[in-house]
Design a protein around this ligand. Structure first.
Ligand SMILES: [Fe+2]
Length: 217
């Protein structure tokens, strides 16, 4: 089974102690709620997307058999993956239609912006920083900002990327048509070598089972 095949990836995550430095030990730390509030005040769509990806990531990692501890690590990373967009002008985040070259450049700077913001905050572990920086990288090297690929992209990034792509396709967006869950899965499966296809198979099975047995997500 797919879920069983991935259990080995889920178990060794950093402990809670390693994952997050306790807030009272460092000055100037605000925690997840701080970033959630900033995202909410910057753009409601961004805040909604962060919550949706975090929720779906927990559901998927649970389906794969990840430990509760690992699920918490993944949830934090998923919730903060797009936090760099708080440095992208809000009108650009919801601009309908095609972005200009310069606008695309600004938009595609959000992984590094997020990495830098979270690094400077000093409260987040390497998993959170890596996911913020690498969630637009693709296995075939076609992603950004660094164009890395293959084994350079870790399991957690691969997992959260799939949840991110699915949420982005199925959410209401001013700049693109909202897709049904099954069309989104079909489009994702057509991305060939860009996404982790074994993980995507497991994800598709989970989503399909959910909709077959329990209605909408
Ligand atoms: Fe992103």
């Amino acid at each position: 089974m797919f879920a069983g095949a991935y259990r080995r990836h889920c178990s060794p995550g950093p402990s809670e102690e390693q994952s997050l430095t306790p807030l009272h030990l460092k000055p100037g730390l605000f925690g997840l709620s701080h970033w959630a509030a900033i995202a909410h005040s910057h753009d409601l769509g961004l805040a909604s997307h962060l919550s949706a990806v975090a929720q779906l990531t927990v559901q998927f990692s649970d389906y794969l058999g990840c430990s509760s501890k690992e699920q918490r690590v993944l949830r934090r990373a998923a919730f903060l993956h797009d936090i760099g967009k708080i440095r992208v002008p809000a009108p650009l985040l919801c601009k309908p239609g095609k972005l200009t070259g310069r606008e695309l450049q600004i938009m595609q700077s959000h992984p590094w912006l997020g990495y830098e913001l979270l690094s400077r905050a000093g409260e987040w572990n390497e998993v959170v920083l890596t996911v913020a920086r690498d969630h637009h990288e693709r296995l075939d090297g076609s992603g950004y900002p660094r164009g890395i690929g293959g084994s350079e992209i870790g399991f957690r990034v691969r997992l959260i990327t799939i949840c991110d792509v699915y949420c982005a396709m199925t959410e209401e967006r001013p700049y693109a048509e909202t897709m049904s869950w099954n069309l989104a899965l079909e489009r994702m499966s057509q991305k060939g070598t860009r996404l982790d296809m074994d993980l995507l198979d497991a994800f598709s099975t989970m989503i399909t089972c959910h909709h077959s047995h329990r209605g909408t997500w």
